[in-house]
Design a protein around this ligand. Structure first.
Ligand SMILES: C[S@@+](CC[C@H](N)C(=O)[O-])C[C@H]1O[C@@H](n2cnc3c(N)ncnc32)[C@H](O)[C@@H]1O
Length: 255
């Protein structure tokens, strides 16, 4: 039955809230990024910005003895995050809270964190802008670890550029992003690209299964059909041009 009151945000939430991840990634890659951080045992305060329902935050919280705060714009994701933390017995170490990663002053103190994590989210506010803002909330010597979609080769594929541009994300090269990190008050520690299955098995496939359910549930709803078509186009673009772009993990240290 058609439901005209649905918005794109409703569809995004309904198609993502039950997924393990709300974007490309994997626990293996989260652990690989953690391996670049010295003295993980000494971390007292960590934040995961744009945490979604928090699969990667739980990986952090399992290994960090201090407190990890997950921050996301959507209360629905934070609700699931806090339920998951409880189920895993991590509620004393991982706490989800609603807020914007673009205005950390509403939630946190300057120089509060030893570690700021963020997977699949910084591109929505801009890589350099985000890193500059977050720098003020890290202690000196604290780490930042983020994934961001970027170009992997010198080719600039116009369809990919347009798709991501229309979604509000500008793709830069790895070199440009490392330079942006260095200009924003960090020393560069490491960068590595996420493998293909982080996109496909871990994100596009479960998302497509959920979208099939939602299409059936709201049969005939034009907004849902357009939304799902756009998702399918995203997956097709990736299948066609994956050698030229992808998510890269960047790890830096506040100077
Ligand atoms: C692609 S999802 C990634 C979620 C999760 N980190 C993961 O890897 O599965 C991006 C997340 O960033 C959140 N987000 C986007 N803009 C935000 C903002 N300004 N402040 C906080 N969260 C934001 C979204 O709600 C969403 O949960």
């Amino acid at each position: 039955m058609e439901d005209k009151r649905l918005t794109e945000l409703d569809i995004l939430l309904e198609t993502h809230i039950d997924l393990d991840r709300q974007g490309p990634g994997s626990s293996e890659m989260t652990l690989k990024a953690m391996s670049f951080i010295e003295n993980l045992d000494g971390i007292q305060r960590a934040a995961d910005l744009g945490c979604g329902t928090g699969t990667q935050t739980m990986e952090l919280a399992r290994r960090i003895k201090g407190r990890t705060t997950g921050l996301d714009l959507f209360p629905e994701f934070i609700g699931v995050f806090n339920e998951n933390a409880k189920k895993l017995g991590l509620q004393d170490r991982a706490l989800g809270t609603v807020g914007s990663m673009a205005s950390l002053n509403h939630k946190f103190k300057k120089n509060e964190f030893d570690l700021i994590w963020s997977e699949g989210a910084i591109d929505s506010i801009g890589f350099e802008k985000g890193l500059r803002h977050w720098n003020g909330y890290l202690k000196k010597g604290g780490y930042v670890a983020v994934t961001c979609p970027c170009w992997l080769t010198a080719e600039r594929v116009p369809e990919v550029d347009k798709f991501w541009g229309d979604a509000g994300s500008k793709l830069d090269s790895i070199g440009d992003n490392i330079a942006a990190m260095q200009k924003s008050g960090y020393s560069f520690v490491a960068a590595f690209a996420l493998p293909e299955e982080c996109w496909t098995e871990n994100y596009f496939i479960p998302r497509a299964e959920k979208e099939e359910e939602v299409i059936k549930k709201y049969a005939g709803n034009a907004l849902i059909e357009a939304y799902v078509e756009n998702s399918r186009y995203e997956a097709e673009l990736f299948a066609k041009y994956k050698q030229h772009y992808g998510y890269v993990f960047y790890i830096g240290r506040k100077m």
